[in-house]
Ligand binder design. Structure first.
Ligand code: NAD
Length: 251
């Protein structure tokens, strides 16, 4: 199976920590040159770049706010200036602003949709043009099991993540003739700052009860799926939604 990404150039959004960091490190370990996008955490992004380059990989940290379409062209320009092309986009950056819908503020709706859905759509649009020139591309979008099942207290997040699934399938249909595939990954309950900060011990145990594999997932387990979908081994897979969730959504 061909998982070697040597010669490929990837942008990973929100790659300074958590799942994005694991994805950036795994793509680089498979040979891709990686743009480690970050919004505010310059030092953390620099550390990811150092980790990758210390192992002989290629990486560059580039600041851009995914929610701000005005910064997308600069992200793309920095990528092509450094590495000459862009082959793989991993839409990973995401935020939560949890609240019950009846209490949810307009800003909590707007912030989540802006970053998790609108930003992804517009960044993907910008990155598709250079991919079309190369007649090869991979758009891998990190949705969530919450986009499949919904979740009390996360109507904004669920709507954005469900939206990403339809978005990814639409990109797959529009780009199939251009050699570009688009797939979505739905992580389940993954051990990162996002889950640690947002959940009490009691909530974590309740969530574990619903996972057949009976444990939280690790960021590297999402990264493994991304590497596969980015590789030539997945060349015949497009428009799909892959849950990496310990079996949480199998029933
Ligand atoms: P995290 O909060 O640890 O990391 C998210 C990263 O995205 C951070 O580095 C943050 O700075 C960055 N980011 C946020 N807004 C940004 C913006 N506007 N522009 C650029 N970067 C931005 O979260 P995580 O757990 O690593 O989640 C990564 C992705 O996986 C998210 O899309 C999340 O919704 C999704 N996900 C996570 C889980 C989980 O259990 N952790 C489950 C399902 C889906």
């Amino acid at each position: 199976m061909q998982l070697d990404l040597t010669g490929r150039v990837a942008i990973v959004t929100g790659a300074s920590r958590g799942i994005g960091r694991a994805i950036a490190e795994a793509l680089a370990a498979s040979g891709a040159a990686v743009v480690v996008n970050y919004r505010g955490s310059e030092a953390a992004a620099a550390e990811v770049v150092e980790t990758i380059t210390a192992k002989g990989g290629k990486a560059l940290a580039v600041q851009a706010d995914v929610a701000d379409a005005a910064s997308h062209e600069a992200l793309l320009k920095a990528t092509t200036e450094a590495f000459g092309r862009v082959d793989i986009l991993v839409n990973n950056a995401g935020i939560t602003r949890d609240n019950l819908l009846l209490r949810m503020k307009e800003s909590e709706v707007d912030d989540v949709l802006q970053t998790n859905l609108r930003g992804v759509m517009l960044l993907t649009k910008a990155v598709l043009r250079p991919m079309m020139k190369n007649k090869w591309g991979r758009v891998i979008t990190i949705s969530s099991v919450i986009g499949l099942t919904g979740n009390a207290g996360q109507a904004n997040y669920a709507a954005a993540k469900a939206g990403l699934i339809g978005f990814s399938k639409s990109v797959a249909q529009e780009m199939a003739s251009r050699g570009i595939t688009a797939n979505a990954i739905c992580p389940g309950f993954i051990e990162t700052d996002m889950t640690r900060n947002a959940m009490s011990e009691e909530l974590i145990n309740k969530a574990l009860d619903r996972i057949p594999l009976a444990r939280m997932g690790q960021p590297a387990e999402i990264a493994n799926a991304v590497v596969f979908l980015a590789s030539d081994a997945a060349g015949y897979i497009t428009g799909q939604t892959l849950a990496v969730d310990g079996g949480m959504t199998m029933y």
